[in-house]
Design a binder for this molecule. Structure first.
Ligand code: PLP
Length: 221
């Protein structure tokens, strides 16, 4: 099956309010072109350099999602075009995004990444850091927080995965009414190839799917 066919069949399975981000990291431009030919426009990458190179080479109307851990010194390279930054995991990073957004005259859309997994290694804010960040939002007019993002523990224990997604949905529901100029939550980004069905059952409205569409990757990411 072509990437286009796989995208079409997955999208047919999703609820209407759910956005599919096709995660094309490590995959060649031809594979993205293939997916693009289905009419799909949301693609995700996790490395800044790769994202910039693909953005330059591929059609202008692709909505590029930065899904990986983002280093502050690299924000400037993606600020002019990025559609949504999923992995905002510190106030320092958000301040840098605000600064670069101001420079290029854009209000950059972001998701706050929340630490929900058991593993120490997964990035994300805890509840204290989240509160601290929200308190500063009034001073950051060139960013807009439109949702939350989380990654569940990489485990075959699907009860655990489900409870982590449920925790994030609960947090989302608590914050949804806290509307500030720079905080208007509507997007809940959770679920990947192995767990998106559970994520959807737990209230996700944006899934990030790579290997299921593009095939296995050659190196771990
Ligand atoms: C790679 C990646 C995905 C997609 O993973 P698959 O298991 O290939 O679907 C989703 N989210 C993030 C943050 C990723 O880095």
């Amino acid at each position: 099956m072509s990437v286009a066919d796989k995208i079409i069949s997955l999208r047919n399975e999703l609820p209407e309010n759910c956005t599919l981000v096709a995660v094309s990291k490590t995959k060649p431009n031809e594979a993205i072109q293939d997916g693009y030919s289905s009419g799909h426009r949301d693609f995700g990458e996790n490395k800044v350099q790769e994202l910039v190179e693909k953005q330059e080479a591929l059609p202008d109307d692709i909505r590029w999602h930065m899904i990986g851990h983002l280093q502050r010194n690299k924000v400037k390279y993606i600020a002019p075009f990025v559609h949504l930054i999923h992995g905002v995991d510190s106030l320092k990073l958000l301040k840098e995004i605000n600064k670069q957004g101001e420079k290029v005259g854009r209000k950059i859309q972001c998701l706050l990444q929340i630490h929900i997994a058991q593993e120490e290694t997964k990035f994300g804010l805890d509840s204290d850091e989240l509160e601290e960040l929200i308190d500063e939002l009034d001073s950051l007019p060139s960013v807009k927080i439109i949702g939350l993002m989380g990654m569940a523990t990489n485990t075959s224990d699907m009860d655990r995965v489900r409870s982590e997604f449920r925790f994030l949905k609960k947090l989302f529901d608590e914050l949804v009414n806290r509307e500030l100029d720079s905080l208007q939550l509507k997007t809940l980004s959770m679920g990947m190839s192995g767990d998106f069905r559970i994520a959807l059952e737990e209230g996700s409205n944006m899934i990030r799917v790579g290997s299921l569409l593009f095939g296995e990757r050659n190196y771990a990411n």
